[in-house]
Design a protein around this ligand. Structure first.
Ligand code: CP3
Length: 682
C-alpha cells in the first residue's frame, strides 16, 4: 500500500560509485584496476578518523604505511533529549508525513533514547505510516536491525542531493511535515532543499561533533603535515575538515597546513568531504570508488606513490590549484561542507550576489578547437560520444579543467531530443547536423507523436552523474537544452538555415500546426531538463540560438508562450540561463519568458542591454568568439571593456556571445579565462 500523503514512493536511482581518474583524458578506471601489491611502501600516512581510529591505523599499516591517526572529533550526546522525545510524541500522533534517517549511528541512538519512554513496536508502527527514507547502507542497516524496512533507500554517494532526489516527484512535499534525523552539524542544504519544495522541516538532532577533549594528537598531526613530513593525508568526513582547519587556523598554522597538504597526496572519502576541502583551498588528489574507509585506504595505498611522483614533479595547472580555489573562497574561513558549491562564484552570480571575481565559462568549451577533444573524436562518432556517459563525462571534465573555467557544461547537443522522434538525425564530420526526414506539415507532426525525451536520453543523466562525481564539488555542472524555437527550426529546415524560410512559412500559414509542434517540443524540453536537474545539474541553460531571426511581434506570439512554459515547468531549485543570439530587439521579451540570467551576444553593448533588462536579472556574455583569433593584448582589451560595462555589478557571468569556433587557438582561450579572473578580482 502506498504510504499516506506523499503519493507513490520510489526507490532512488543508484548513483554509480566509480573512480574517475583525474589526469586529463585518461580512461576511467574501475576501482580494482587501481589496485597494486606494493601498497604505501613505507610512506607516512596521516588520518583524522575518530570513531574508527584504531581500525584505520591498522589498515594503513596492513597496506605498508607508517600511520598517524589523530582523532579530530568527539561525539557528544545532547545533554537533554528534548528533540528526540518531541519527535517520538509527534510521530506517534501521526504528525509526520515523511521521516529522513541520515546516519546509522544517529538512527540507533535516536531509538535507544525514545525507546526508554515508548514501546518500540508503537514507534515502528507509527513510522510505517510515514514515508521513510534512509541515507546510505548504515542507516538502512540500523533500521533493519530495529525490524523496520525503509520505503526509500539512498545509495552512494548519498549526499544531501541524492536524499533530495530520493524524495523527488511523483512524491509531493508541499505542505507536508518532514522529520530529519541529524548528525553532527545540521545539514542546511538538505533542509533548505526540502523547504524549497514546500515542506515543513523538523530537525531531530541526536548527537553533535565537538573537537576532541585532548587536542594534542590533532595538533601534532597538523604540525607533521605543515613540516612536510606527511606523504599521504586521509580525510574521512567533511566535519573532520572543518575541525582540522579550525584548529590549524587557531594555532596560526592555516597557510602552512595548506602548503603541506599541497605537497602531499590528499585523499577524500567522498564528494561532500572533497567539497569541504576545496572550499578551504585544498586540492583533492583521490576519491575512492566507494565512499568507504576500506576502499579509501586500499585505493590510496595503490595510487599514492604515482600521485606523489606526479605532484612533486610540479603540480599541473587547473581549476583544482590551491591558490585558485583559495581565491574563489567567498568568505575566507567560512565553515565549508556540502554548501561549498552553492557559494561558488558561478552560483552566486546566478543569484546576483557579490563574487570575489567574475566567473567565466565558454559555450562549446568542449569542442573541436581542443586537441584532447579531437583525439577522442577520431575514435568515436559524435552521437556515440554523447551516448556513452563515460566518454561524455570525460570530455566535459577535461575541457573545464584544461581551461580553468568556473563551470563545466555537460557534453551533449541541443538536437539529442530529436533522436526519439526518429527523424534521421545525423552528424557528419565537418558538416553541421542534418535531419533526413524534416517535419513540415500536420501529418509529419502526427508521425512524431508524443515524446519521452527524458526517458530516451537517460544516458545524458548518467553522464551528468559521472561528470559531477569527477568534478567532486569543485565547479558547478551546467545541464542544457535547445529552446522550442531553435529545435523547431532544425526539425523543419532539416538542418541549419540562413533565412528560416520553411520555419516561418509554417508559422505564418499553419499557425495551429506550429503551436502544436512547439507544445510538443516544450513539454519534451521541460521533462528533459528536469531529468538533468534530478541527475545533478547545478544550473541549466536554454539555448535559443536562432531566435534572433524573428521580430518582436512574432516572438511574442509564436515563441514566448512556449519558452515560458518550459522555464515555468522547471524544478526551480536550480538557476536558469536563457540564451539567444541577434536578440537586440527581443531582450525584454526574453526576460518576460523567464530565466535568472539572460545570455547576450556581442552585437549589443552589455551595459545598455543590462539597463534595458533591469538589474533584477543577471547577464551572461558577451565577447565576440572571433576576438579569440586576435593577439593577447587585443583579447585582454576587449575582455576589460566587457568587465567595465558590467561595472562589477553582481550577476555578471563572463562568456562568449556564441560558441567557440573550431579553429580557435586553445592558448588564447586559456589566456582569456586567466585575464577575466585577474582583471575582475575584487
Ligand atoms: O558547450 C559545450 O561544450 C557543450 C556541448 C555542446 C555541443 N553543442 C557539442 C557539439 C553544446 C552546448 C551544444 C549546443 C548546440 N548544438 C547549439 C546551441 C549553441 C549554439 O552553438 O548556438 C546548437 C545550435 C547545436 C547544434 C549543432 N550541433 C551544430 C550547429 C553543430 C555543428 C556545428 C559545430 O560547431 O560543430 C553541432 C555538432 C556539435 N555539437 C559538435 C559539438 C562538439 C561538433 C561535432 C563534431 O565533433 O563533429
Amino acid at each position: 500500500m502506498p504510504p499516506r500523503g506523499l503519493g507513490r514512493p520510489r526507490r532512488a536511482k543508484i548513483a554509480r560509485g566509480r573512480f574517475f581518474c583525474r589526469a586529463p583524458m585518461t580512461p576511467q578506471v574501475e576501482s580494482d584496476a587501481c589496485g597494486s601489491a606494493a601498497g604505501f611502501g613505507g610512506l607516512s600516512v596521516v588520518a583524522f578518523e575518530s570513531r574508527m581510529a584504531a581500525e584505520t591505523a591498522a589498515m594503513i599499516r596492513r597496506h605498508g604505511g607508517v600511520a598517524t591517526v589523530a582523532p579530530s572529533m568527539r561525539e557528544v550526546a545532547l545533554e537533554d533529549h528534548h528533540a528526540a522525545f518531541d519527535f517520538a510524541r509527534r510521530l506517534l500522533a501521526g504528525q509526520f508525513d515523511a521521516v529522513v534517517f541520515l546516519t546509522g549511528v544517529g538512527t540507533r541512538e535516536l531509538f535507544r533514547i525514545i525507546a526508554t519512554r515508548h514501546p518500540r513496536a508503537d514507534l515502528l508502527e507509527a513510522l510505517g505510516r510515514a514515508v521513510t527514507l534512509a541515507r546510505g547502507p548504515k542507516a538502512v542497516k540500523a533500521l533493519r536491525d530495529l525490524g523496520f524496512e525503509p520505503a526509500i533507500a539512498i545509495a552512494e554517494p548519498n549526499t544531501w542531493r541524492e536524499v533530495l532526489a530520493g524524495l523527488a516527484p511523483p512524491l509531493t512535499l508541499a505542505g507536508k511535515r518532514v522529520a530529519v534525523q541529524e548528525y553532527g552539524v545540521s545539514n542546511r542544504e538538505l533542509i533548505a532543499g526540502l523547504q524549497a519544495r514546500g515542506a515543513e522541516v523538523v530537525s531531530v538532532p541526536v548527537y553533535r561533533w565537538a573537537l576532541p577533549a585532548d587536542r594534542g594528537p590533532l595538533r601534532a598531526a597538523i604540525g607533521q603535515i605543515a613540516a612536510r613530513s606527511a606523504d599521504v593525508v586521509l580525510f574521512t568526513s567533511s566535519s573532520q575538515v572543518v575541525n582540522v582547519m579550525q584548529t590549524a587556523e587557531a594555532d596560526g598554522l592555516g597557510g602552512e597546513l595548506r602548503r603541506g597538504l599541497a605537497a602531499a597526496a590528499v585523499c577524500s572519502i567522498g564528494p561532500v568531504c572533497s567539497a569541504a576541502l576545496r572550499a578551504h583551498g585544498v586540492a583533492v588528489d583521490l576519491e575512492p570508488s566507494h565512499p568507504r574507509l576500506g576502499h579509501l585506504v586500499r585505493e590510496a595505498a595503490a595510487g599514492a606513490a604515482a600521485l606523489l611522483a606526479r605532484k612533486r614533479a610540479g603540480a599541473p595547472r587547473g581549476a583544482g590549484d590551491a591558490a585558485r580555489v583559495e581565491a574563489a573562497l567567498p568568505h575566507p574561513g567560512a565553515v565549508a561542507g556540502a554548501g561549498a558549491l552553492r557559494d561558488h562564484p558561478m552560483m552566486l552570480a546566478c543569484r546576483r550576489e557579490p563574487t570575489p571575481y567574475t566567473p567565466i565559462w565558454l559555450m562549446r568549451q568542449a569542442g573541436r578547437y581542443m586537441p584532447e577533444y579531437r583525439r577522442v573524436r577520431e575514435q568515436h562518432g559524435f552521437l556515440e560520444m554523447c551516448r556513452r556517459p563515460e566518454i561524455a563525462a570525460e570530455v566535459t571534465v577535461t575541457a573545464a579543467e584544461r581551461l580553468g573555467v568556473d563551470a563545466a557544461i555537460i557534453f551533449a547537443d541541443i538536437l539529442l531530443p530529436l533522436i526519439p522522434m526518429e527523424v534521421g538525425l545525423r552528424y557528419d564530420q565537418g558538416a553541421g547536423p542534418t535531419i533526413e526526414r524534416p517535419v513540415r506539415s500536420a501529418s509529419d507532426l502526427e508521425r512524431i507523436g508524443p515524446l519521452d525525451a527524458a526517458g530516451a536520453l537517460s544516458f545524458v543523466g548518467d553522464a551528468i552523474r559521472m561528470a559531477r562525481r569527477a568534478l567532486a564539488g569543485r565547479i558547478p555542472l551546467i545541464g542544457f537544452a535547445g529552446a522550442p524555437f531553435t529545435l523547431a527550426s532544425y526539425l523543419i529546415e532539416g538542418g541549419g538555415s540562413r533565412q528560416y524560410q520553411a520555419t516561418k512559412t509554417m508559422m505564418y500559414t499553419e499557425p495551429e500546426t506550429w503551436h502544436r509542434l512547439m507544445e510538443t517540443l516544450a513539454r519534451a524540453t521541460a521533462d528533459y531538463l528536469n531529468m538533468q536537474i534530478a541527475a545533478g545539474a547545478d544550473l541549466v541553460q536554454l539555448f535559443d540560438s536562432w531566435v534572433g531571426s524573428l521580430g518582436p511581434d512574432d516572438y511574442r506570439r509564436f515563441v514566448l508562450p512556449h519558452t515560458a512554459a518550459v522555464i515555468s515547468a522547471l524544478n526551480r531549485t536550480v538557476p536558469v540561463i536563457h540564451f539567444g543570439t541577434v536578440t537586440g530587439s527581443l531582450l525584454e521579451l526574453m526576460r518576460e519568458a523567464g530565466g535568472d540570467v539572460i545570455g547576450l551576444d556581442w552585437r549589443v553593448d552589455l551595459a545598455q542591454a543590462w539597463a534595458r533588462l533591469g538589474y533584477g536579472v543577471g547577464v551572461q556574455g558577451n565577447l565576440d568568439p572571433i576576438a579569440l583569433f586576435a593577439g593577447l593584448p587585443e583579447i585582454r582589451r576587449r575582455a576589460r571593456a566587457i568587465l567595465d560595462q558590467a561595472a562589477g555589478r553582481p550577476g555578471h557571468i563572463f562568456n562568449l556571445g556564441h560558441g567557440i569556433l573550431p579553429e580557435t587557438p586553445v592558448d588564447h582561450v586559456r589566456a582569456l579565462v586567466d585575464a577575466v579572473h585577474e582583471m575582475s578580482r575584487r
